[in-house]
Structure formats: C-alpha cells, structure tokens
Ligand binder design. Sequence first.
Ligand SMILES: [Zn+2]
Length: 386
Amino acid sequence: MDTREWLRRLVAFDTTSRNSNLGMIEAIRDALAAQGVASELTYAPEGGKANLFATLPAHDGAVQGGIILSGHTDVVPVDGQAWNSDPFSLTEKDGRLYGRGTADMKGYIAVALALVPEFLSLKRAKPLHLAFSYDEEIGCLGAPVMLEALKRRGLRAEGCVVGEPTGMRVVVAHKGMNLYRCRVHGKAAHSSLTPRGCNAIEYAARLICRVRDLADEFRTHGPYDDCFDVPFTTMGTNLISGGIAVNTIPDACEFSYEFRNLPGMSPDDIQGRIEAYIHEDLLPRMRRDHDAARIEIEAMPAAVPSLEASERDAITRLARALTGDRGTAKVSYGTEGGQFQNAGIPAVICGPGHIEQAHRADEFIETAQLDACEAFLRRLAGALAD
Ligand SMILES: [Zn+2]
C-alpha cells in the first residue's frame, strides 16, 4: 500500500480524541503483522484507546538502539467547522490532499507505514521503531503510558523523530505546557454581612492577579529566547466559575491557569512562586476572615514538558544532515518530543505539512510534502544501513 492509500485509510478512521482509536491501531497492527512485525499495544487506563509500538529489528535481529518514528493517532474535532469536503474522506485537488489529520499528523504515519516493506528489505545495522500514540491533542496523555512500558522492557533508542507538521524543517525546541486547577474555599453569608463571610471570589481574584504579575515580570524581564515567536514564558487564567447569587458571599471559586515555559525554566520553580504567595500571604489573610479557609491546587495531567534538543545529539545531527536544514526553529506548541527527551530518548520534530493548515476546516497536506517526507525517511533508514 502506498502513502496515499495509507492516508486514505487512516483519515477514514474518525479518531477525534473523544473517540476510541482502536480501529486505526488494530488496522496498523494487522498490516504490520502481515509483514512479520509484532506490535506492542499499551492501553489507556480507562480503556478504549491504545498506543502501538513496533520494532523493525536490525538485520542481525538486534532490537536495542536505533531510531523511533513517532506520531499521534488522534485528531482534533471538526465540530462547527465549515468543510468543503467530507473531513473523513481523503479528497485530492490541485496537488493537495484534504481531510482531518492529513497534516496533523496522519500524513507522517502514512509515509512511515508505506515505507515499512522498504525498511524491512534494507540491510540495517540498527533497528527502526514505530511509536503511534493516543490522546496527544488533549495533553499528550498517551505517550507516557507507552514510554513507561518501554522503560519496563528496558528498550533503549538513540533518537526519535516526532513527525508533527513542520514543513520538513528540523524543529529543535518547544515550550512546556503546565495547567493547574485552583479551588478557593471561603465562607458563605448574606452579602450585607461581609464581616461574617469569607469571599472566595475576591481571594481568587488576588491569586489571579498574582499569576498576571508573574506573567508581566517574565514579559518585561525575561528570560528570552528570540527563536520563539513569543520569546518569553507566558502565563494566564482562562477559565473561572464561582458564586451562586448576587446577594450571597461566595464560599467557593474555581479557576484554571496555565503557563508555557521556555525550555531551561523549571515549571516547578514557577509554580513554587505561586504557592509561596498562597502560603505566605494570601492564606493567612483569608484565615483572618475564616479560620477554615483553604486553597487547593491540582496539577492537571495535560502537562507537556518542554523540549530542547542538543545540537550534539546524534538524532539532531542526522536530521540536519538529511534535510540540509541548519536553521534554529523553535515552536510554541507542545509535542510529545519533550516526553521522549525526559525518558532519555533525544528527540527532534520534523514532519510533512504545515501547522497553519492543522486544526482548521479544509485541513490539507501537499503531495509534495509527503514526497519530501518519503525521501527523508528513506535517507534516514539508509543511514542505519550497513
Ligand atoms: Zn499534532
């Protein structure tokens, strides 16, 4: 099956993150099995979804080392988007292939799968691995489950190419994403009796302003990395609820804030400054109103560590040599690359298609991008040959 046929098959699976991805995973597993390649499936704790990891051993049967080709199987919803074609039916027009996930990132997976017969026929000194995850789009939830299983098996790899759409440029860094939910608990009272209550919204507001002050500090004083389009760490509160009536002092307020840290900035240090403000300043003041007042903060699982590839890593040098790309490209969106890096597997991001065309109505990939990716992966496999 060639790349286009694979892409047609993959796009037809509606793997929007809220759905099961098992149909797609099992189709890939079966196609690999037919070529003698075994897959390891690791399942989501709640079931219904799985990652697939498969190794194409070296010619001597070695499975350790080598390079991982990584992609996520899920796609973002098409809800409310005005498409000019069926998003789950691959449609070709003027050198473009339209469909949800064509760019982000079933195109890369299709290229990798189409090349498996070639990869297998090459006399490679090192293995190649395929790593296809679930639930990337809702916070990179699947890849850690797969990486944990690899760690248990003691599987090592020298590098990973995450095929997110970069227009086949080599992206060497992305920011981290950290999301927290905060619940402020005060005390309810009639709104005419302010000294008898503890207004959860007002204290939440102080904390939200503290988040904003920190964001302003990073914006004004750095640190900066001008390779990012937004060259500093960003923070913000984007969701809030609280209160039950206009004449009742609210006893609860809940909000969520996030920060996107530059690589090299510790998310724990940033969060530590928020918590220091809570414990040294805000909570003591709240408890003068109400001695049982409390603030709970929960780190949400949708957290993505930042990526910063070293130019010295073999995978970075190889990707640069194969693409001829010497630029320093860094992106603000998160990927699974940081998770691979944290698991001891150096990663770069390089894949077909463009992020501008992802997540939108009429998402597409240029056939020329798929051709470029095929050439890239052929050369990559060739570099592992004897
Ligand atoms: Zn993606």
